[in-house]
Design a protein. Structure first.
Length: 168
């Protein structure tokens, strides 16, 4: 997955609308389904927990289906890209201990994966205005650059492919 610069304002606007839309759909759908089921199948004890739960489950599945169906739509481009980037970074994070150990020994693939993780994290943090941890990331990046220079490894995020994680 290539790192690309995306329009922060467009991303935030679309993400906020998707989140609000999903929240409203969940509330409306859950209530509509559960109230319909309660009206059709009333419980003499007054407990309608199972109908309410079923309403939430059905509506959640429907929202998930709709998001998946429209993930290729132009409106969802930035939202889906960030979601996929977060998944890619999570894959790296789960292997980070092994990657760092191999990186200290000069493994170019490990160094590349770490570099991609740092660059991707920087991109995400800038989109989310999470600048508090940027100084810490800059220190880690400088350390990584030092190790890469020591082993004469050139790091370019465009060279990263998640298939290299299989060896760690």
């Amino acid at each position: 997955m290539q790192l690309i610069q995306i329009d922060k304002a467009r991303y935030r606007k679309h993400l906020n609308r998707v989140i609000i839309g999903c929240g409203l759909a969940l509330a409306a759908g859950s209530l509509a389904i559960s109230q319909t089921l309660i009206a059709l199948f009333p419980d003499e004890s007054g407990s309608h927990f199972h109908w309410n739960l079923l309403g939430v489950i059905v509506t959640s599945i429907t929202i998930g289906w709709a998001l998946n169906k429209y993930r290729g739509h132009d409106y969802m481009t930035e939202v889906v890209y960030v979601w996929e980037l977060k998944q890619a970074l999570n894959k790296i994070t789960r292997k980070m201990a092994k990657l760092k150990a191999a990186g200290r020994e000069g493994d170019p693939q490990a160094l590349l994966a770490i570099h991609y993780s740092y660059a991707g994290s920087r991109l995400l943090w800038q989109l989310d205005d999470n600048t508090i941890t940027m100084d810490e990331l800059a220190i880690k990046q400088a350390e990584l650059d030092s190790v890469a220079a020591q082993f004469n490894v050139t790091l370019n995020t465009d060279d990263y492919d998640d298939s290299i994680l299989k060896q760690f």
